[in-house]
Structure formats: structure tokens, C-alpha cells
Write a protein that binds this ligand. Structure first.
Ligand code: PDD
Length: 279
């Protein structure tokens, strides 16, 4: 596997990042995950828009122009010769002697890696997956795609230990914010799609924005509001979305089956529309 690191293409196991890179020492950086399906980059402009917003929120400059970034991503992808791939892009604030405060003129570090895409299996899409609920212990700026992911990885690990795919995180009112690495959705009793509105409590998923558009175009009503864990457990359907999980039915929450425990029709329709759009 070939990675891009600050101007060079190197083998993935080359030690190529500085010890005092602030990404390494402080998790002072942001990232993007996007996918290539049969040689086509999906939603690249939306990912670059979000990258710019995250960098802006952190007071970091773009490491290079959008055009140049897209070229680097394409070239890294090309060198790995994988038609279906997941592209990871990370920008850290740069390298400097360790000090919490940072200087004004730091040069950001850019790393791009590529791996084979591992999307949910046919069986997972057909059966659905389980999630557990946990308190959301993250910070107050979850709309920034920061590489500081300690609460997320600990939540995901607990889910994995419980034999579940994802952890749905709860705010202090018992409402679901999102998953540890995906957005959370339910279908209510009227067949409406419900997902938390954009705000500091969630990452504005690219898949989320695509699914909202696809649903509306298909005549499915979308309501952006917070929903409680109880509502989710009693919902007609539930599912999660992310670049790598696609539209994935959630058929159990904390061991309670959602409806009859099988993926619902609205979820399956959206999965189909998403596969048509991005497959
Ligand atoms: N995770 N919420 C969180 C906290 C996420 O980390 C992600 C994505 C999403 C969904 O965003 P998108 O639809 O743009 O992938 C929501 C990526 C895939 C990751 O960390 O690997």
C-alpha cells in the first residue's frame, strides 16, 4: 500500500511522520473519510467542503488548494490500484516542539492513505445490525471532524464487546445524538424519517445529507429533530448511515428488537436509492 505524506508517496509502513507532529502528540488535526466505488470518487466536493469547514473551525489553513488536494487523493488512490477504496485524509496543525499553544505560522501536515473498501456484507444489509446505547461523553464541538476520537473509540469498543455494530450516544435528556462513527435515524409511526438536526452535537454526515435529498426526491417526509432512546426502541424502523456503512438497518437496540426485528421497507428503499446513487 502506498500513502501520501507531505509531498512524498511512500510505502504505508515507512516511518514518515515527525515525532513532534501535533497530530501525534495532541490529536490536533482533522480528517475526512471518502470512498471510491468502481473508480468513481463519491461526493468529493461535499467532503472537501466539510474539510474546509473543519479546518476553519480549528483556525488551520488548507494544506494546499482544493484542486491540488483532489489530485493528491486521486494519485494516491491510483497508485494503490483498488477500484473500490476508502480514502483517509488527515491534516494536522504541523510539527513543532511540544507546547499546548501554537504559533501563527504553522505549516500543516497532510497524510492520505487508501485501503480496500469493506462495506457491510449482504447478510448484514439483509438482517440488520444491533446497537447499544451509551452516554455521549464527547466534547461540545462534534460538528468538527477532529482526529481526537477517544470517547468515540471507547464507545465503539464497548459496542463490539457487546456483539454490536455501533453505539448510539445519548445526550443528558436521553436523546440520541448520533453513533460513534455514523448518524442515527428512525422511521416514526407515520412513516416519516427522523434524524437529529445539524448542530454542534453531531457530525454533519455526507451520507446523511445525501440520504435526506434522496428521501425528499422519493416523496418520503424528513423531519430533522432529536429523538429519544425510548422512541427509537418503539420506532417502526431504525438505521444508521456513514460513508463506509452506507444505509445500514438497525434491527436491535440494547437487545430490544426494533419492530419485528427485520429491516423495514423505508430503510430498504433508502438503501436501494443510495446504492443507485453511489454504487
Ligand atoms: N465516520 N458521525 C460521526 C461521529 C462519524 O465519525 C461519521 C463518519 C459520521 C458519518 O459521516 P459520513 O456520512 O460523512 O461518513 C457521523 C467516518 C466514516 C470514520 O470515522 O471512519
Amino acid at each position: 500500500r502506498i500513502a501520501y505524506v507531505n509531498g512524498r508517496y511512500v510505502s504505508i509502513d515507512t516511518p514518515a511522520v515527525a515525532i513532534e507532529d501535533r497530530g501525534y502528540q495532541f490529536a490536533d488535526g482533522i480528517y475526512e473519510v471518502c470512498k471510491v466505488v468502481r473508480g468513481r470518487f463519491c461526493d468529493l466536493e461535499r467532503h472537501l467542503d466539510r474539510l474546509e469547514r473543519s479546518l476553519d473551525a480549528m483556525g488551520m489553513p488548507m494544506p494546499m488548494s482544493r484542486r491540488a488536494l483532489a489530485l493528491v487523493m486521486e494519485e494516491t488512490w491510483r497508485r494503490n490500484a483498488l477500484p473500490d477504496a476508502v480514502i483517509y485524509l488527515q491534516v494536522s496543525r504541523g510539527t513543532a516542539p511540544r507546547n499546548h499553544a501554537f504559533g501563527a505560522s504553522m505549516r500543516p501536515s497532510l497524510v492520505v492513505t487508501v485501503r480496500a473498501a469493506k462495506f457491510p456484507s449482504g447478510a448484514e444489509l439483509e438482517k440488520g445490525v444491533g446497537v447499544i446505547s451509551l452516554p455521549d461523553e464527547r466534547w461540545a464541538n462534534c460538528h468538527i471532524k477532529s482526529i481526537s476520537l477517544l470517547p468515540n473509540i471507547l464507545a465503539k469498543q464497548q459496542a463490539a464487546k457487546a456483539g454490536c455494530r455501533e453505539a448510539w450516544l445519548l445526550d443528558e435528556q436521553g436523546r440520541v445524538t448520533e453513533g460513534s462513527s455514523s448518524n442515527a435515524w428512525i422511521v416514526d409511526g407515520e412513516g416519516r424519517l427522523v434524524t437529529r438536526p445539524l448542530g454542534r452535537e453531531i457530525l454533519g454526515g455526507i451520507t446523511r445529507s445525501v440520504v435526506i435529498e434522496l428521501a425528499k426526491r422519493d416523496g418520503i417526509e424528513v423531519v430533522e429533530r432529536a429523538f429519544t432512546l425510548e422512541e427509537a426502541k418503539a420506532a417502526r424502523e431504525a438505521f444508521l448511515t456513514s460513508t463506509t456503512s452506507l444505509v445500514l438497518p438497525v434491527t436491535a437496540i440494547d437487545g430490544t428488537p426494533v419492530a419485528n426485528g427485520h429491516p423495514g421497507s423505508v430503510t430498504r428503499r433508502l438503501a436501494e436509492l443510495y446504492a443507485e446513487a453511489e454504487g
